[in-house]
Design a protein around this ligand. Structure first.
Ligand SMILES: Cc1cc2nc3c(=O)[nH]c(=O)nc-3n(C[C@H](O)[C@H](O)[C@H](O)COP(=O)(O)O)c2cc1C
Length: 183
C-alpha cells in the first residue's frame, strides 16, 4: 500500500535506491530535452548520482545531446517504478562537466569496463564504418570524451498510484516541503 504522506526525504531515498543497483526501477531515467529544431527528444540514461539536489548522468562529449544541452540546458527527468507504482517527474537545468575535477575524480574510480565506450573511435551518430567501430582511442582521448551532466532540480511532481485514490505531491525550488495537490 502506498503511504498517504510522503516528504522530500522519502523521494530522495527512493531515487538513491536506483543508483545502487540496476535491478531497481529507478536505475534508468528518461531524459527529455529539446534539439536544435526545437523538437522534444527523449533518451534513456543511467541515473548515476544524487547530491545537493543535483541528478547526474554520464555521456560522451561528442554526442548530439551535449550539443543540444549547450544550446538549451532545460531538461526533464522521468522515472516510473512499476514495483512502487510511483512516477517521479523532475524539471531541471543541466550543467556540463568536462575535463574538470568532478570528471577526473569519477573517471579514476570507474571500472575499466565502464570506461570502454569512451574509447570508441567513431563519434556517436556518425555514419557506420568498421574502422570507426573499434575501441582504440588512448586513455587520454577517452577521458576527453567522458562527460558528466549535473541537473539542478527546479521542480518535482510525484504521483503515487492507488486504486481510485491516487496521491500527488509537487515541489518547486525554494519550497520547504512537498505540497499535496489533487491527482
Ligand atoms: C538502457 C540504456 C541505458 C543508456 N544509458 C545511457 C547513458 O547513461 N548515457 C548516454 O549518453 N546514453 C545512454 N543510452 C543511450 C541513449 O538513450 C541514446 O540512445 C544515445 O545516448 C544517443 O544519444 P545522442 O543522440 O546524443 O548521440 C542508454 C540507452 C539505453 C537503452
Amino acid at each position: 500500500m502506498q503511504p498517504e504522506n510522503i516528504d522530500l526525504v522519502w523521494v530522495w531515498s527512493k531515487l538513491q535506491a536506483g543508483i545502487k543497483t540496476n535491478k531497481n526501477d529507478y536505475h534508468l531515467m528518461q531524459l527529455g530535452y529539446v534539439n536544435e529544431s526545437n523538437f522534444p527528444k527523449i533518451d534513456t540514461v543511467v541515473f548515476r548520482q544524487l547530491a545537493n539536489r543535483h541528478i547526474y548522468f554520464n555521456t560522451d562529449f561528442r554526442s548530439h545531446k551535449v550539443q543540444c544541452l549547450q544550446q538549451d540546458p532545460n531538461v526533464s527527468l522521468h522515472w516510473y517504478s512499476k514495483e512502487e507504482k510511483t512516477q517521479i517527474s523532475i524539471q531541471a537545468v543541466a550543467k556540463i562537466h568536462h575535463l574538470d575535477d568532478v570528471c577526473r575524480e569519477k573517471w579514476e574510480s570507474m571500472p575499466l569496463l565502464s570506461q570502454e565506450c569512451y574509447h570508441q573511435v567513431g563519434n556517436p551518430g556518425e555514419s557506420y564504418a568498421a574502422d570507426l567501430a573499434t575501441f582504440d582511442l588512448s586513455e587520454k582521448d577517452a577521458f576527453e570524451n567522458f562527460t558528466m551532466i549535473a541537473c539542478e532540480i527546479k521542480k518535482m511532481d510525484v504521483l503515487l498510484l492507488r486504486l481510485g485514490d491516487n496521491i500527488r505531491y509537487i515541489w518547486s525550488e525554494g519550497d520547504d516541503a512537498l505540497k499535496r495537490v489533487m491527482a
